[in-house]
Structure formats: structure tokens, C-alpha cells
Design a protein around this ligand. Structure first.
Ligand SMILES: [Fe+2]
Length: 135
């Protein structure tokens, strides 16, 4: 069962970024599903690697937009991205070392990736970037 669903409250009103956030939610749901049905490390690791890869490219996309448009909170936002990426990388290392990933750890990543980050940091750049013509 999906643990997160896309809803209008998550929208930053920028089409490309909303689409990427939806893809992120899909990947997190896939990962959670693999873990909850007790799939082994060999099945979970590729999904986690895909999630990490997607997170990194999505963050780069946002960072380029913010940098190109001269967003004043760029540095702080970039720092927040680095923190989230490090957390997901940590999960990947934990898994690689053979330890199981616990649900609370997963929940923390999900919370950082979405509930907190999209709802606050991402929403903060929304009107600035839209005013600069980003769609
Ligand atoms: Fe962001």
C-alpha cells in the first residue's frame, strides 16, 4: 500500500518540479513496499540506489534554477539538500553493510524529503521563481 500520495498541498506551482516531486513519491513508495513485504537486501538495494540517484539529479535541477535566477536563499536550500542526500546515502551504506533498514529510519527520510522540505524550503522559492518566469 502506498504510504504517500500526491496532493495539491504539495504543489510548488512549477510544472517540471511538481512532476519530479511526484516521481520522488513513487520511488519512496516503491522502496517502502519492498521493505514492508520483507524483500531482501538484493531487492531493496537497487530501489534505494534509484531513489538516491533521482534525489541527486532532482536537487541539481532545483539548484541550477535557483542559482540561475539569483534566488537569495540558494545557499541555505543547497545545504538542506546536502543533508537529505547524506541521510539517504547513509541508508544505502547501512543496507550495503548487511544491516536491515528500520521503518523509523525510513519515516525520517520520507519526512525530510517531503513533508518538511517540499512544504517549507521548496514552497519558499515558488513565488520567486514563478515571478522570474519559471514554469
Ligand atoms: Fe528543494
Amino acid at each position: 500500500m502506498a504510504i504517500l500520495t500526491w496532493n495539491a498541498e504539495l504543489s510548488v506551482h512549477i510544472k517540471s518540479i511538481d512532476a519530479q516531486h511526484q516521481k520522488l513519491i513513487d520511488l519512496i513508495n516503491s522502496l517502502q513496499k519492498q521493505i514492508s513485504i520483507g524483500m531482501g537486501k538484493d531487492n531493496v538495494a537497487p530501489v534505494l540506489a534509484e531513489l538516491l540517484g533521482y534525489i541527486v539529479s532532482h536537487f541539481k535541477y532545483e539548484e541550477k534554477l535557483m542559482s540561475d535566477k539569483g534566488y537569495p536563499e540558494y545557499s541555505a536550500h543547497k545545504k538542506e539538500h546536502a543533508g537529505i542526500a547524506a541521510q539517504v546515502r547513509g541508508l544505502s551504506h547501512t543496507l550495503g553493510s548487511g544491516k536491515p533498514i528500520s521503518s523509523p529510519e525510513m519515516s525520517a527520510v520520507i519526512k525530510n524529503c517531503l513533508t518538511q522540505h517540499i512544504m517549507s524550503a521548496d514552497k519558499s522559492y515558488s513565488s520567486f521563481l514563478i515571478e522570474k518566469g519559471v514554469k
